[in-house]
Design a protein around this ligand. Structure first.
Ligand SMILES: Cc1cc2nc3c(=O)[nH]c(=O)nc-3n(C[C@H](O)[C@H](O)[C@H](O)COP(=O)(O)OP(=O)(O)OC[C@H]3O[C@@H](n4cnc5c(N)ncnc54)[C@H](O)[C@@H]3O)c2cc1C
Length: 382
């Protein structure tokens, strides 16, 4: 296992850093956050640079970048904003599902649009009564002639209300089969008849939005089914390692940014005639924070390496997800402590890290569910 970066990886990292430093400034993030405005222009610029196509094959206009390189990119991007990185990853990873499981027609329609930044995709699994128990979903799709007729409600849908978004909706297509087996994936544009979307007010994610989606006799063509009928859960799981690793890498980048902020502040802030970093209580907090970030990064690197070698690594990915998300929450919390009252104000970015991080031990599989999965892999039924 090599911990160094190749020349190409260093160049990619630098180009991400250069772009984000110029385009994704603190002032920009504050304005978008305050106005709760989706960063259309920023993503358009990323698309122009070819970033949405990095993970896609050249035949569709992508760059055919390795998954490792793509995941490394997330860490650099998330140093500037977790939320921006999450919104970017959402479309890219939903597109990869279409690429892997879609029909030729679906790929030809969606993938060029994802790469040029005009087509957005979101993922619709969670429902009011199906959160951690995702397979309990009850939104139904019934075939009627050449159309699927969809009825139900999806909750906590990231970016579902954004222009030109098609939702990857997981629906029940067979009530008779066991709950994990009767689910299918259907593509539903967010602006068609029968779809109603409302915003959910949340602590963070003001730019990319979190929504409630109501589906009332929504009709889409039969050809919008992705992959085989009743194969939805397998499709979902097939891309999970990579998608989670992208998230883990983002946690590490954002945690490092919060750490850097706390360290810089602690070195400059004087109390009792000394920088507060020189008080052992603060110095030890900083030491623990950086140690945990490095440990989270190493867990992520191990899982990326295993994934690249084709070694099944869901347990290792879960460990990286569990530890990485909890580390970002902890670092943001301790960072706020180190910055005293100033950390609590909107003048400093620690509040953004505090808000951005908090949901990450809940979304994309909560810490409890990760621990249950890890225990199961250890042969313990929790
Ligand atoms: C900001 C945000 C964005 C999201 N984006 C999306 C999205 O784009 N698409 C999408 O489909 N979903 C999305 N989600 C939903 C997210 O995946 C769910 O919130 C998550 O799966 C948890 O479900 P829940 O909130 O219903 O909590 P619940 O499942 O009700 O869990 C509540 C608590 O109980 C614990 N718990 C539940 N079951 C167990 C168990 N068996 N053992 C131990 N503890 C357990 C949980 O860990 C948690 O602490 C998003 C959520 C948020 C908050």
């Amino acid at each position: 296992m090599d911990f160094g970066l190749s020349t190409e990886q260093k160049m990619l990292k630098k180009s991400v850093n250069d772009f984000m430093k110029k385009e994704c400034t603190v002032e920009f993030l504050r304005k978008q956050d305050e106005e709760e405005a989706y960063p259309y222009k920023l993503y358009k610029k990323m698309a122009k640079l070819g970033w949405f196509g990095l993970a896609y094959p050249e035949e569709y206009g992508g760059s055919g970048l390795s998954s490792t390189d793509f995941i490394l990119m997330a860490e650099e991007m998330a140093r500037f904003s977790f939320e921006i990185t999450a919104g970017f990853g959402l479309t890219v990873f939903c597109g990869l599902i279409v690429l892997k499981h879609g029909t030729q027609e679906q790929k030809d329609y969606y993938i060029p649009g994802v790469i040029n930044g005009k087509q957005r995709l979101s993922i619709a699994i969670s429902e009011p009564d199906a959160g951690s128990d995702a397979a309990a979903l009850s939104t139904t799709a019934v075939l009627d002639g050449d159309s699927w007729v969809i009825n139900g409600q999806k909750t906590f849908q990231t970016a579902a209300d954004i222009d030109n978004t098609t939702m990857c909706v997981f629906v029940r297509t067979d009530e008779e089969l066991p709950k994990h087996k009767g689910i299918s994936l259907i593509l539903v544009p967010n602006d068609i008849k029968g779809v109603t979307i409302t915003r959910i007010k949340t602590l963070a994610r003001k730019m990319i939005h979190t929504c409630e989606v109501f589906l009332d006799n929504v009709r889409v063509p039969k050809t919008n089914l992705v992959g085989k009928l009743n194969n939805g859960m397998k499709i979902l799981i097939s891309g999970l390692e990579l998608e989670r690793l992208f998230a883990c890498s983002s946690y590490n980048g954002s945690a490092q940014a919060a750490m850097d902020l706390a360290l810089d502040y602690a070195k400059k802030r004087q109390q009792f005639g000394k920088p507060i970093a020189s008080f052992q209580a603060i110095a030890h907090m900083l030491a623990d924070m950086q140690t945990e970030i490095d440990a989270a990064r190493l867990l992520t690197q191990r899982a990326i390496w295993m994934h690249d070698q084709g070694i099944p690594c869901m347990k290792e990915v879960s460990m990286a997800k569990l530890f990485g998300s909890e580390t970002y929450v902890k670092v943001a919390n301790q960072g706020m402590q180190i910055m005293g009252g100033y950390g609590y104000t909107m003048e400093y970015e620690m509040q953004r890290h505090f808000r951005d991080s908090r949901v990450l031990t809940v979304s994309a599989g909560s810490s409890q569910m990760q621990r249950t999965g890890i225990a199961k892999a250890l042969g313990v039924k929790a």
